[in-house]
Unconditional design. Structure first.
Length: 274
């Protein structure tokens, strides 16, 4: 799933390897997917995209935003983006396929769910999560300082929440989801079930430091090892807590990592450290 480190990595790769290329062919919604979301009728995507030149891309929270000369593209978490050489091969199933004048192509394939959104300039695209990602400071920015972090968690309605709900839902922190949160909480020695109002001042400060440092490390390494980049390569950040590390020794104390269902998903923790 695309979270902040992957969104930034993919956007940087698109800007580096696709900027300046012109779309000559577009295939949208070739493989029906119940939870692939489009903007309007995907049958109209070729009209918007063909002849458009890729200008730039940027990561916006959990979104990868691509600016073209005639329109905009937006990919949300749950979308796998791949760049294919002119010799192929192209995946058999995809929700969007762009072919460029040099024969290379970009595919977008939805896993469980995801948005493949295209809209023509200057038409606006209204989506609350996207608007939030644009309006709030990135946790990697200087504006996201400790005072801002503490203010996010200060409302009584948030203080009553467990850390997983407070930090990884409703995009209070753009781009932070359950995947990245596992290692952030492990580094801070806190459990996902711990309530915000149970944290001491020192624990709150350590949580802030862990959030900033872990997300920066993940981003600088090109994303997490559990996710793949534009070329299908896993990220360089080795995830401590995830499905692949269940039952393996905690990197810090050696206790077996445990998995449990919590708040509609899975959490992985060290029963000793957290």
């Amino acid at each position: 799933m695309i979270e902040l480190p992957e969104a930034l990595t993919l956007a940087n790769q698109i800007s580096e390897f696709l900027a300046g290329k012109t779309v000559v062919s577009t295939t949208a919604a070739q493989s029906p997917h119940k939870f692939a979301w489009y903007h309007g009728d995907p049958a109209n995507y070729p009209t918007k995209l063909n002849g458009s030149r890729i200008l730039s891309a940027r990561g916006q929270g959990m979104f990868v935003e691509v600016a073209l000369s005639n329109c905009m593209l937006l990919f949300s978490d749950g979308v796998n983006l791949r760049l294919h050489p002119s010799a192929g091969p192209i995946p058999a199933k995809h929700q969007l396929l762009l072919t460029f004048e040099d024969g290379t192509s970009l595919s977008a394939s939805v896993a469980m769910y995801g948005g493949v959104v295209c809209w023509a300039k200057p038409e606006p695209f209204e989506n609350s999560y996207y608007e939030t990602a644009q309006a709030k400071p990135s946790p990697l920015s200087e504006a996201f300082d400790e005072a801002y972090f503490r203010a996010l968690l200060a409302p009584e309605s948030v203080r009553k929440l467990p850390l997983k709900a407070a930090l990884a839902t409703e995009q209070r922190i753009p781009g932070l989801g359950n995947g990245c949160l596992q290692d952030i909480l492990w580094e801070a020695r806190l459990h996902p079930r711990c309530k915000v109002n149970a944290l001491s001042d020192a624990e709150l400060q350590q949580l802030y430091i862990s959030l900033k440092l872990t997300l920066r490390e993940m981003t600088q390494a090109g994303g997490r090892s559990t996710e793949k980049d534009l070329f299908g390569q896993p990220g360089g950040y080795q995830v401590r807590l995830c499905a692949q590390t269940k039952g393996k020794p905690c990197p810090r104390c050696g206790s077996p990592i445990v998995k449990e269902a919590y708040l509609g998903g899975s959490v992985y923790t060290c029963p000793t450290c957290q």
